[in-house]
Design a protein around this ligand. Structure first.
Ligand SMILES: [Mn+2]
Length: 179
């Protein structure tokens, strides 16, 4: 095996251990790890991204926000660049939810190219998931509001990856949401 494969397996294993007790919010309670793996796969398979640090950051992108993982821990395990990208895509959970969502819109245009890629793929995965099924406890209005908010974030990420942006644009169009 070449070293990139070894590194990616280390990374996906780390994420799987960290998320091992978590489930997605869909009615089936899909294992959470399906999400970061799917986000990394959108980047490689659909976005044509081969930058291993971006693919690693995609696999790890929710570990700091949703598990006990710290940025220094990621830096020690996977290096400065991967840790920095994850930091860029991590919301400050000390802030109220509406403020976190507002800050995502505000910060999106100022993120690094690598972080923008992860954000685009994360949104694409989540919007497809919302089209697939409504999360437990969500109303149709809440789903629509999520699309409206996501469009504002994606607007600030434009000029990063035309393929992913086109696919997002199509999903917004289907919902009648302006970007
Ligand atoms: Mn995510």
């Amino acid at each position: 095996m070449n070293s990139d494969s070894v590194i990616l397996l280390e990374t996906v294993n780390f994420a799987a251990e960290k998320h091992r007790n978590q489930r997605r919010k869909d009615p089936d309670g899909t294992p959470y790890i399906n999400h970061p793996i799917g986000v990394a796969r959108i980047l490689s398979h659909e976005g044509g991204v081969t930058d291993i640090e971006v693919l690693q950051a995609a696999l790890l992108h929710d570990t700091v926000e949703d598990t006990d993982t710290s940025i220094p821990e990621l830096e020690a395990a996977f290096g400065q660049t991967v840790a920095r990208i994850v930091q860029e895509v991590t919301d400050d959970k000390a802030l109220p939810k509406q403020e976190r969502k507002r800050l995502q819109v505000e910060h999106a245009p100022h993120c690094s190219h690598q972080a923008k890629l992860v954000k685009l793929a994360d949104k694409l995965y989540n919007l497809r998931d919302l089209n697939r099924c409504t999360p437990t406890g969500w109303t149709e209005e809440r789903v629509q509001e999520y699309f409206v908010w996501a469009a504002q974030v994606v607007k600030g990420l434009r000029g990063t990856n035309p393929t992913l942006e086109d696919k997002l644009q199509q999903l917004f169009k289907q919902r009648g949401v302006e970007m």
